[in-house]
Write a protein that binds this ligand. Sequence first.
Ligand code: FE2
Ligand code: FE2
Length: 214
Amino acid sequence: MTSSQNQALYSQSMGHLLVLYTQVDYFIMQACAERLATAPNDAAKMGLAKQVGDERRHVDIQRHWMADFGVDNAPVINAQSLEALHVHFRTLDWCDFLTDLYLVIEALGSEAVERIVPLADPGTRESLRIPLQDELDHVAFGLAELRKALHAMDEKQRTERLRSLPARIEHLVAHLQGLGLPVADWFEGVGSNYPNLCSSLEQRKEQLLTTLAA
Ligand SMILES: [Fe+2]
Ligand SMILES: [Fe+2]
């Protein structure tokens, strides 16, 4: 491949990843806003409200950067798939909502974004700086609330929930993979080694599960 072909592949792949990240942030903003009314405690409501504002800011930052970068901003996740995901999140109790949103979408999603930062051009890297800082807060909030939710259960329920976590995570990851997005090609297109990325996500997942079980 010539360097101009490489450059074109990089720009196109990074463009798709930026669109994906922005669509996911917009989705999270809506999902958190919907949960606000029924969140089980004041700290959870305040945390969700803060996050709605954060995700809105991320969407703004990414949209501005995508316009400058000249990204084809056609959605990569279609409207029906997004609606199906909303329906999924609406059916979840608080504990499962926290698991799916914070362990999978926020923690594993931002781990994947972190992995492309060192490979990104300076403008993209700068556009990710504030969002990725905030994602650390979001994951910390989700983990704290999940701990509280688990702690409020009796021993038997808690053990069952903890035991079911890996399967829950696998199930949502499989659902997301089932959307059929060529994310492996996009990550490879920006210079990432996809199998290595998958193993770092696996490690992150194990680390989160260990933290929760402790
Ligand atoms: Fe975000
Ligand atoms: Fe977030």
